[in-house]
Each structure stands twice: as structure tokens, then as C-alpha cells.
Design a protein around this ligand. Sequence first.
Ligand code: HXC
Length: 513
Amino acid sequence: MRKSFEKFLARQEALARQYGEAYEEKQHNRGKLTARERIEFLFDEGTFEEVDAYSPSATTSFGKTVRSYGDGVITGFGNINGRQVFAYSQDFNVQGGSLGSVHAAKIIKVQDMALKTGSPVVGLIDSGGARIQEGVASLAGYAGIFRRNVLASGVIPQISVIMGPAAGGAVYSPALTDFIFMTAATSYMFVTGPNVVKQVLNETISPEELGGASVHAVKSGVADFVFNDDENTLRGVKMLLSYLPSNNIENAPYLATDDPADRIEESLRDLVPEDPDKPYDVRNIIRLITDKGKFLEIAENYAPNIIIGLARFGGYVTGIVANQPQVMAGTLDMNSSVKAARFINFCDSFNIPILTLEDVPGFLPGADQEHAGIIRHGAKLLYAYTRATVPKITVVLRKSYGGAYIVMNSKGIGGDYNFAWPTAEIAVMGPEGAIAILYHKELAAAEDPVALKKELLAQYREEVANPYIANEKGFIDEVIDPSVTRLKIIRVLKSLEKKSVSLPRRKHGNIPL
Ligand code: HXC
């Protein structure tokens, strides 16, 4: 054997030794796959190309020299569902997956390659944050990663998958990306950990209570998806990628369907209850109109008064934003406004049309919301809808009142095609509120106020709060039979396929933050 080849093989053996059985066992005992197993599971078999596998760590100070190939992160590219994706996978077994300067440079290299080639990036995170021994070099490493996250935002999809700790600097790269997955039980995210909380605030809190998957899926809204273990989390990532284009120039992947475009769903005529105060699950409507009833819901446990997610109509990927009458009567509050606004921004960046299913009595009233900034947060939704230039379709299912009428993709802010079902109630406010303001004197003086109220409510519905006035005035393009909603949506999506809008030249707008 030639000497040069012997050396080549020796290096390969040394690398393999680093990932031996003891190494694997350590990670499996924590209920986790190893960094390498995660990569193998994520990518189509045999397609992953590893970059910089042999880069040695630069950590030499503070008596904690690290002698490892790869510096605790596996980086490279391959195919997922047959399409090119770049990825990095942090290795908790090397210095707690902490980010040293070499580790950072490797991640930066794949970020740059992904941006150059218009491919998504998936980061598998299992890290104690900035590597303490490397000091400022590791902080600068994070800075370089964050900068690329921001440069790539809206150009290529970026997905972060938290599969162990994400502490300190490790949280801010995910926060800058488009979607965050968390693995229940083994993952947590916090800017400052329980030890610091104890020192600074003298409060005792466990990592799970501070930043576990359920905290971020329900309370903070940081996590978009939670799955029970590593494998299911990675399956979820592949599923999400199947709906996303590789970059902002391409369209999302078309998937031919044998679900007929003209499928009639008569049950839709009865899904919205006769009684306007009765709740229902808007997901039942979504499942009846999308291709094969499929719907990938995002952030389902955060601000559940609004539903967001991805589906296909006639094979074309569409983002859905739907008020959920089942939760808080579908009112818009701060969290639901921000949740929907961010999703609309994502869809608009990546050429994904937006379908809005509307049943909203208004913004949530009260000092809590006003003092915490519902004006500022609600404006995000208004801004996001108005700025979006992708095809935008609305179906008013039932309530469409006041500011919420305007915000939820009304024609005035740029809705391309707005349908209403016969059950739609479109007005400045609901019947009860309107009558209380306009007829309070008459009601106070009435012999039979209950009968008068009933009469006025019926009159208001007949004369004001219905879809026909809006239709006659052109604010609703068509009032439709609910059973043909799928066909109508598919037709309009097709008609809008070549929609093109140019906005005034500017550096960027000033979205309320
Ligand atoms: C260097 C680290 C490390 C780090 C962990 N290790 N974090 N080494 N730098 N940041 C090492 C440990 O020394 C240990 O090495 C090994 O990784 C495993 O860690 P353990 O503590 O034994 O594991 P565990 O009990 O599971 O706890 C994991 C942990 C904890 C919760 C992540 O290690 C921890 O709290 N680490 C520090 C987290 C943190 O505060 N990071 C913030 C850094 S500041 P040995 O050799 O013993 O196996 C930061 C600023 C950037 O990131 C801000 C940008 C905005």
C-alpha cells in the first residue's frame, strides 16, 4: 500500500474510534441518538457528504484542552426527500456540544454554502452554549452564525431542532430561524439557566420548568413543533420540508393529487352553527377542503384562538390562517396576532399563497391586553397581511366585525379574492353591541325590552350584518355555497398563479415590533 494511502486510512480509523461504542452508549443512556445517528436518520440513505470532519478543536486554555476531530459538530449536505439540504448536528459528547471557534467556523461554512446554492439549512442543536475556555473567540463565533441567520432570512428556509440543551448563545440562532422543533423530555432552551436564576433571583427552578418543550410550545410560543423522541422529531422536520421551497426564487413543491378539485362537501353547509354564539372547531372545515384532508398545523398549542399551518389545494402548497371559534370565541389577542403575522411573513417570503378562514368577533377587550400592547401587536398582523404580495384569499365563514374585519385580509388591505358563506355577518360590530349603542334609550323606555331587543337584533342581521351588502358593494367578491369552497379556492389560486405586484422602492419598512 502506498504511504500516502496508509495515512489516509489511519485518519479514518482515528475518526471512527472517536465515535466508538462507549461514545454511543453515553448518548443513548440520555435517551438521545448520537449527533451522527441523527444526521443519518434525517438524510436520504447514503446521500450525506460530511465537510470538515477532521478539523481539530482550537481549545487549549484553562487546563481544558480538547483533542477531538470535528470540534463537536458534524456539518455537511445531502438530500432530504430528494432535495438538497445543508445541516449541522452538535455533539453533546464533546464538551457538552459547546461552541468553540472551529465549531462555529464549520457551521458558518455550511450556512454560506446553503445561501450560495439556495438550499435550506437544518441545525440539530444539543449544546451548552459558548465554550467557556475559548472566551471571546466563541462569542464571535456565535455572532458570525447569527449574522448569517439574518442574511439568509427570507432567502432560504432555516429550521432549528432542539434535541438537548440549548443554553446561552445556543438559543439565539434558533430564534432567528423560521421554525423551531423541540424533542419533549430531552430538550430545553433558556438564555440563562437555573444556576444563574438561583444566583441572581434566589429562585429554584428546574430546567424543564424554565425552558422545557411544553413551556415553549404553550407559554412562550418559541417552539413550533414538539415530538416525543429524536426519531419522531426528525420525521416532523422531513414532513415540514416537504411543504417548503428550497429558496425564495422557487415555488413550494407541487404534489399531484387524485383528490378531485370539484369535490363537493355538502356537510360544510351545516358546519357553522345556526346560533352565532356557538363554538365549533375550524379544523373540521380545513380538513374537508384541503387535498386529502391533510393539514400540517404549526404551533398548535400556542395562542390556539388562531390556527396556522400548511396544506395543499389541487397540489399547490398554501398557508392557512384561520380564526378558531372554539377558543376564546376566536378573538384576536396579542399572542394570536403575532403568531399569525410571523407565519404570513414566512409564507410571503417563500411564495406560498395565503388562505384566510375568518370567524372573528373582534380584538380581545380589556386592560390586560391594552396595557401589554395589543395596539402594537395587533398592528403586526395588519402590517404582515398588507405587505404580503403572494396570492391572498379570504373565506368569511361567520363573524367579521370591526377592526378584525379589516385585519383578516379584507379587500381594502389587499385581499385578492374574498368569498363569504351565507352565514357571514360583516359589520362594524356584533348585533348585541350595535343595539346597545344605538337603541339604549329606546330599550330603557320600552314596555317589553326583551321583545324590542329581539326585533332589533333580527332587523340588524337582516339590514346590516350579512354578506350580501358587502357583496353588492364589492367588498366581498362572491357569496358561495359552502359545499363548493374547495373548488372555488382552487380556481382562484390558479387565476392568481401569475400575480405580480411591485412595491415602492425602499430599504425596508418599519414593521411595529
Ligand atoms: C465548555 C461545557 C459547556 C460550555 C457544558 N460543558 N457546557 N464546556 N463550555 N458552555 C461541558 C461540561 O464541562 C462537561 O464536560 C460536559 O460539557 C457535559 O456537561 P455537564 O454539565 O456534565 O452536563 P449536564 O449535567 O447534562 O448539563 C448540561 C448543561 C450544563 C445544562 C448544558 O453543562 C450547563 O449549564 N452548561 C453551561 C450553560 C451556559 O450557561 N452556557 C452559556 C454560556 S454563555 P466534562 O469534561 O465534564 O464532560 C453564552 C453566551 C452567548 O452562550 C450569548 C450570545 C447572545
